[in-house]
Design a protein around this ligand. Structure first.
Ligand SMILES: Nc1ncnc2c1ncn2[C@@H]1O[C@H](COP(=O)(O)OP(=O)(O)OP(=O)(O)O)[C@@H](O)[C@H]1O
Ligand SMILES: [Mg+2]
Length: 142
């Protein structure tokens, strides 16, 4: 069963991400899903801030496919699968190797590369419920 949170602001979304960050370990993978503007990148900002990184450096890596943010807890690898045509593109980018780096791997539009995601991936879905509100469902396999 997913755990559901209701966020009523960008700050709350970042705080929900920060709370999740308390329970993450090196090598974890997070899959983010939700439409354009749902708040996936805002969620990544909350993770990076909680890791002690520079959240202002966080932007949607839609054009470069991969952003890397160094943090005191290790690198955060931020990928965006929106413009790639499928799992093969992500493999070519070295996705499997990224998973071995003991960092945190976060993928926006992850449903497009579902077959590459490790079984232990934490799945998060963001759904707008009003202009400033989002439902955030976090599913963590046992
Ligand atoms: N409660 C909220 N949580 C997150 N974002 C919110 C919230 N309320 C309003 N917003 C706004 O929604 C937008 C979310 O943008 P963001 O770039 O995070 O979306 P995204 O899911 O990454 O989209 P894309 O698929 O285009 O990369 C921002 O403009 C933000 O200010
Ligand atoms: Mg984004």
């Amino acid at each position: 069963m997913p755990t559901t949170f209701d966020s009523h602001s960008v700050d709350q979304t970042e705080q929900i991400a920060a709370n999740l960050a308390l329970n993450l370990r090196p090598g974890d993978c997070i899959a983010l899903n939700g439409d354009l503007g749902a708040g996936k990148t805002q969620f990544v900002r909350g993770l990076v801030r909680a890791y002690g990184g520079h959240e202002r450096a966080v932007s949607s890596p839609t054009f470069v496919l991969l952003n890397v943010y160094p943090t005191p807890r290790g690198p955060v690898f931020h990928l965006d699968a929106y413009r790639i045509s499928g799992p093969a593109d992500l493999e070519a980018l070295g996705f499997e190797e990224l998973l071995q780096q003991q960092g945190l791997v976060v993928v926006e539009w992850a449903s497009r590369v579902q077959s590459l995601l490790p079984p232990a991936t934490i799945h998060i879905t963001l759904t707008p419920t009003s202009s400033n509100s989002r439902r955030i469902e976090i599913f963590r396999p046992d």
